[in-house]
Design a protein around this ligand. Structure first.
Ligand SMILES: C[S@@+](CC[C@H](N)C(=O)[O-])C[C@H]1O[C@@H](n2cnc3c(N)ncnc32)[C@H](O)[C@@H]1O
Length: 427
């Protein structure tokens, strides 16, 4: 076909098409098709939008999961850091007690950790019983180490073992006999667990659910052929009272102190620990310093930061070792000495004669005070914290001599209402 013929045919076709008229049905059919097309396009658009949204959600979840995994891994790393030194320490740098235990062949069966025990028995600390637990084995070992040598024939009495951290450290020192006195019966199962573990090792363990302030040591430990060690992470609420009770027992050589070599390794609030050991002239010097130093030699061994306890107390804690003196500094009655020392320190900032004078009724106060300071050879213008133990004891001796001659003065109480004080004086 020539080029001209081809052109002519195209024109014919055009001509023929335009001449066609669409009938109504065809138009409607086309409209229908158009509508269907439109609908299909919209459907596709919707599908695309949904796909985009699903993809977005998927990407967000994937990114979320990834970020969470990174954070979790970091958290685990933190926990590892927290626990790691202890694990490493166990492998590379064992405590001396642990080394001794291994050398001696003593093997404790595997025990749950203290943290697990506390969780297992749901042992929430009770504030009224001053419960602050020590979970760090290195610290409990260090406290027990302050007892000095613990022989295989010795007895150790622990006050307030709680979940048993210090008890475990005592066991590692292999005494013959361990006595624990705990007021809170919730700790009984955990302590019984320890007792079961040490039974095959020939260590006798006795558990008493009792109050140490009324616990009769003499009745429970009648045999004095065995040396006794007293130890305890004491509840703050009773620590000073317990110490005063035990100092009185030292003075009377009774209870735990029938032997002169019973030592006390006890914890106190740091400030109290410092007061117990304060020498004269020290600003912390107080009644407790003088009373402790008359019958014992106290040493502040070390301080444990409050953060080491669970729950954390608001104060730091001092570990004090008190060794009863072989030769007591006085044979005077404990309560008489305590009374004189208490009166002297009642007016800390004043001359010591002011507090001492309150032992006597006002009408004879000045003259008697003057006389007794002279007799005791003590400077009456010293402040109470500047008095040595000997000076306090000389004043106590002078007071004791005075009330032997004037027994009616002994019951004088300067704090009593005036009428009562007068009646005491005339009766
Ligand atoms: C500071 S916590 C020490 C607990 C444990 N020894 C430690 O170091 O983790 C004091 C413990 O003494 C107990 N306790 C409190 N008052 C007591 C009392 N009057 N007689 C005996 N135990 C007492 C408490 O229940 C508590 O277990």
């Amino acid at each position: 076909m020539s080029g001209n013929e081809h052109k002519q045919q195209k024109l014919n076709v055009k001509y023929a098409d335009s001449s066609l008229k669409l009938d109504k049905a065809q138009l409607e059919f086309m409209k229908l098709i158009e509508e269907q097309n439109l609908e299909r396009v919209q459907k596709l658009k919707r599908l695309r939008r949904n796909n985009l949204m699903t993809a977005g959600a998927l990407i967000t979840s994937v990114v979320g999961i990834y970020a969470y995994s990174i954070l979790s891994v970091k958290q685990e790393k933190f926990l590892d850091d927290f626990e790691e030194p202890r694990k490493k320490k166990k492998k590379t740098n064992m405590s001396t007690a642990a080394v001794r235990v291994l050398k001696s062949g003593l093997r404790l069966p595997p025990l749950p950790t203290l943290r697990d025990i506390v969780k297992l028995y749901n042992l929430r600390a009770v504030k009224q019983l001053s419960q602050n637990f020590l979970m760090d084995e290195r610290l409990t070992d260090k406290i027990v180490k302050q007892c000095g040598r613990i022989d295989s024939k010795d007895v150790v009495l622990e006050v307030g073992p709680g979940p048993g951290g210090i008890t475990r450290s005592i066991i590692r020192r292999e005494p013959k006999h361990i006595v624990v006195v705990e007021k809170d019966a919730r700790f009984l199962p955990t302590l019984e667990l320890l007792r079961e573990c040490v039974a095959p090792l020939n260590i006798q363990m006795q558990i008493f659910v009792d109050d140490i302030l009324t616990f009769n040591i003499e009745n429970h430990l009648p045999d004095i052929t065995q040396r006794l060690h007293l130890i305890g992470n004491l509840p703050f609420s009773i620590s000073t009272r317990l110490l005063i009770n035990w100092l009185e027992d030292v003075s009377l050589r009774r209870g735990a102190f029938r032997r002169h070599d019973t030592c006390m390794t006890l914890t106190f609030q740091k400030e109290v620990a410092e007061r117990i050991c304060a020498p004269f002239g020290h600003e912390q010097r107080c009644r407790l310093s003088v009373m402790s130093q008359i019958w014992t030699q106290p040493f502040l061994k070390f301080v444990i930061p409050g953060t080491a306890f669970v729950p954390k107390p608001e104060v730091d804690v001092g570990v004090v070792k008190l060794m009863p003196l072989k030769e007591p500094k006085t044979t005077l009655d404990f309560r008489l000495v305590e009374k004189v020392v208490r009166h002297i320190f009642n007016m800390r900032q004043k001359y010591c004669r002011r507090g001492f004078g309150t032992l006597f009724p006002p009408d004879q106060r000045e003259s008697v005070t003057f006389e007794l300071f002279k007799e005791a050879d003590v400077e009456d213008t010293l402040r109470p914290f500047q008095l040595s133990v000997d000076e306090c004891l000389r004043l106590a001796t002078a007071y004791s001599n005075f009330i032997q001659k004037n027994p009616e003065v002994e019951s004088y109480n300067f704090r009593a209402p005036k009428r009562e004080a007068f009646e005491a004086k005339v009766s």
